[in-house]
Design a protein around this ligand. Structure first.
Ligand SMILES: Cc1cc2nc3c(=O)[nH]c(=O)nc-3n(C[C@H](O)[C@H](O)[C@H](O)COP(=O)(O)O)c2cc1C
Length: 203
């Protein structure tokens, strides 16, 4: 296998997709679509499961996370993809009626966050640290507005069928049907089936 110098990107590095949820001030649930999420362990030994969530430019999702200090993270399944694609391509700040389309919303069990009944796995998370990732901070041009939110997972709700360990894990994964993105703005299944381009699946 010959390797050549490539462009700086994360193409071919699969990421699952998640809908981040929060309540607006009037109690309306709000959702945005996100893929730059990484897992981490907080503390030592008996620490806690953590998440590193990177959010780019200023947007409604970031406004709400800063305001409430909490969020829900809902795994996107194939059935949720059209709605997720809409949430990912409709900026909340410019579209006050964005939430005219809603999934089945449930209340978080532990935190005041909206979770999505149709999502196979929903995490309730609280922010433990916010870190600006502007290029100025990294020694480049000022003006970058990317933000890293380090979060602790404090509760998980999961489709009951996925907890049945008499069923092989791979079969349960197929049941969960998560959507991933592995580069070049494509949606696909973990088995490699093409599901569409970003921005072209919303209906
Ligand atoms: C597949 C996909 C993945 C995305 N991942 C991220 C991400 O990780 N970070 C981010 O800041 N925006 C991401 N976006 C863009 C946001 O979904 C978009 O800014 C959206 O408007 C957020 O909703 P809001 O404006 O209501 O907050 C992604 C969009 C798509 C289509």
């Amino acid at each position: 296998m010959a390797k050549v110098k490539g462009e700086i990107s994360n193409n071919f590095c699969p990421q699952a997709l998640y809908l981040y949820g929060n309540y607006e001030a009037d109690g309306t649930p709000h959702f945005g679509l996100f893929s730059w999420l990484g897992w981490c362990w907080l503390g030592e030994g008996d620490g806690a499961l953590g998440v590193m969530a990177c959010i780019g430019e200023e947007k409604t999702t970031k406004d709400l996370i800063r305001k409430t200090g909490v969020l829900s993270v809902n795994l996107v399944s194939e059935a949720l993809l059209p709605l997720a694609d809409y949430y990912g391509t409709t900026p909340g700040r410019e579209n006050p009626d964005k939430m005219k389309r809603l999934p089945t919303v449930e209340k978080g069990q532990v935190l005041p966050v909206p979770t999505i009944a149709e999502s196979p796995v929903s995490l309730e998370m609280k922010v433990v640290e916010e870190r600006p990732l502007s290029k100025a901070r990294l020694g480049g041009e000022p003006g970058g507005a990317s933000t890293l939110f380090l979060c602790e997972v404090v509760n998980v709700t999961i489709d009951q069928r996925l907890t049945d360990k008499t069923i092989p894990f791979m079969d349960r994964l197929r049941l969960a049907a998560p959507v991933i993105s592995a580069g070049e703005e494509t949606y696909m299944t973990p088995a490699g089936k093409f599901l569409g381009q970003w921005g072209h699946v919303a209906n």
